[in-house]
Design a protein around this ligand. Sequence first.
Ligand SMILES: [Zn+2]
Length: 182
Amino acid sequence: MYVPHYSVALATGQYARRAPLWALLTGTFLPDIVWIVLARAGVEPADSVHFFDDWSHSLFSTIVFATIFSCLFWRRGRCAVIGLWLVVFSHFVLDFPVHPRHIAAYPMGRLHLGSDSWITWGSRNGWLGWSNDWWLQFFVLLFFLGIYIIAAHRNLPWKVVATSCVALIGLQLITLAPCVGY
Ligand SMILES: [Zn+2]
């Protein structure tokens, strides 16, 4: 998933209010940031034949990233640390159902999570000919934007809330372009 990660960061920010927004947005993408670095280094090939992302996306790695990253903000208090931990860990939860391959439980291990039938279902066309994966991401996005709106309308100007929501829904629609994969 790409765009729904942002919505998790925005929603969490309304509850973990001492966690910096930049840290929430960075944390929610941390496994992908690691993946980009490792892919460039040739450690995690991104092509469909040799695809490998155990180091950046396995369950164990995500827990380690979440723990290290959130502890960097211990001065911000327990609420901020928990919020940041959850935001980083949410990357695994959100990627899991739409990942192109089974996600590893831990790097270089044999245990992988998920099922072939789920991956097949995700790649199938759903409403309007758009893939089931895309629709799943869209509804996850709407769910977390709903949480964001409920909390943010008391704290932020409505223009900020509305602009964030329109921007994220627009970004999700852009992923329908044939050149944008996930
Ligand atoms: Zn990812």
